[in-house]
Design a protein around this ligand. Sequence first.
Ligand SMILES: [Zn+2]
Ligand SMILES: [Zn+2]
Length: 588
Amino acid sequence: MSKKTTPDNLETLRHSTAHVLAMAVFEMFPEAKYAIGPAIENGFYQDIDLPRTLIPEDLDILEEKMKAIIKANFPFEHAEAPIDEAMHDFEKAGQPYKAEMIRDLKEKGENKVSIYKSGSLVDLCKGPHLDSTGEIPLDAFKLTKVSGAYWKGDEKNKMLQRIYGVAFATKADLKDYLHMLEEAEKRDHRKLGKELDLFCFSDLVGPGLPLYTPKGTVLKDELQKHIESVCRKYGFQKVSAPSLAKPELFEISGHAKKFGDELFHVTSEKKHDFVLKPVQCPHQTQIYASKTRSYRDLPIRYMESDKQYRAEKTGEVGGLSRVYAITVEDGHSFCRVDQVKDEIKNMVNIIKDLYSSIGLWDNHWVSLSVRDYEHPEKYIGEPSDWDICEKILQEVSDEMGLEAKRCEGEAALYGPKLDFMFKDATGREIQIPTVQIDFATPKRFGLEYINEKGEKVPPVMVHRAILGSYERFLVLLIEHFAGAFPTWLSPVQTIILPISEKFKDYASSVEKQLLEADVRTEIDASDESLGKRIRAAKMQKVPYILVVGGKEIASNTVAVNARDSKDQTVMPVGEFLEKIIAEIKEKK
Ligand SMILES: [Zn+2]
Ligand SMILES: [Zn+2]
C-alpha cells in the first residue's frame, strides 16, 4: 500500500500529515475554523480556531482519529478554482481564515487558487502532498503539544491554537527523535540552572537580566580564570572599560548603524547622553590610541570580560540564551600586516586549547567565511584589503590543517573570518568562536603606529571571540555536561557526609583541610538519613561525596564516592587531597 518515504519527500509527508490532523480536528469539532498547516523541522503544525482550549487528552483522541483517516486511505485530489468562487465557497463553509488568505492572493493579482480535497476536507493549498493518506506510516508520527499562535503572527489578531506534531518515515526514526528530545529536555539549561541553583531572574530586576547565584558565580569565575590564563600565555593583557560611552564612539565604529534600535540609551536630568556598549572593540581602540605606538610595540593584545548590552528580542523565558546583558570575553590584537598571520594562528591555538580542555575539539569543523562576491556593497573597506585578508585566512587554514570550508557571503561587515562549529553531547551544532581580520576599524578611529621609515600608518585589528559570551557558553557547558561539570568547574567539588551527629567534628576537620587546599567543599550534617543525603548530593552532581564515620576517624581516612563510579574507595585524607588537587590542576 505505502510507497517508501525517503528524506526527499519527508516534507511532503509532514505537510500531508498536517492535513490529516485538520481532518481529525474537524471530526471532533465540526465548527473548527482552520488556518495554516505547514511542515516544519521534524514535523508539522496546524493552526485552528476552536470553541474550547484543547487539553493533553485531546491529542490522544486526535491521534486515534488520524490513524483511522490514514487507514481509510483517502486520496489527495487536486483542483483549481476561480478565485471569487473559491472565496465565496470558503466563506459559506464558515472558514474565514481561508477566505482571508484567498482575498490576500486576489490582492496580489491571482485569479485562480489551488485546492486540495481529501475525504471531507477541502483545503486551500499549493501542495505538494502524498497521493493518499494511506502513504503515511501509522506508527511514525506523534502529536506533541498545543500552544497559542496569533493569526498571521500578529498580536493584534485573534489567538488561535497551534497543534504541533512530529512525523518520520519510520517508527525507528520517531523513536530516536523522541529519545533525543527527552535527553535535551533533561539537559535543558533552564531546568538544570534551577535544580543546580546557578542563576535566577527577578521581576523587579527585569526580564532578560540574569542574576548569578553563588554557585553560578563560581562557575562563571572559574571559566574566566581559565580562559584568561590560557590567553595570558599567548600574550594577551587584561583591560577594563566602563559600560557607557558617548554615542559618537559607536557612530564612528559603525555599531550605531548596525545595531540601530537594539542600542540602550542612557540619559540623566543633568543632560547626560550615553549609550550602553553593545560591543567592546570601540572602547579598546581608545586604550590603544592613548599613547604613541611604534612598530616595535606591536602586536598589542587586549582582553576583557565585561558586560555589554543589546535590546534584543527575548524569545526565551528564564534562560540565558537571549538576554539583554551579556558578559563577553572579547579580545583584540593590534598588529602590523606582516604579523596578522601569526596573530591568527595564536588565536586558533587558544580556541584549540580551550575547546580541547572541555572535550569538544575532536568534533568540530571550520568555516572560512568570505564575501558575497556578487554584492560587494554589503561590506566596508577596500577590495584589495579583503583580497589580502581572505588569502591570509586560507593560508592559516592550510598551514594548520584546519580544512576550513569556504562559505561565501558569511563574512563580517569589516572583513572575512574563521568560524568554529562544534557538536555537543546531544549532537547539536553550536557556533561560538570566531577570528576576524579588520582593516577598517583602525582607519575609522585614526589609529596609528610609526613604521620603520618613521611614517604614521594604521595597524590591523584582529578580533577574536573564544567563548562568545559567558552566558552562551554556560548554556553549552550545562547542556553538554548535563550539569555534571568536570571537577575544576564544579561549584561544589566535594561534599562531606558524617554518618551521624557524632562524627561532625571529624567532618569539620576534613573540611578545613580541603578548604585550606582551595577545594570547594560543603558538609551535609542534616538529620536526613545517609541514603537520602547521598541521593541529594548526586542530584547536585557533586564530583566527590566523602562519607565519614567511626572507621574513618580511627584510620584518618575518608570513604570516597566518585560521581562516575558505583564503588566506594576508602583512602587517607592526604591521599584524597593529592588526587583531587591534581585533577583540578590538570582540568581533567
Ligand atoms: Zn496542503
Ligand atoms: Zn571586536
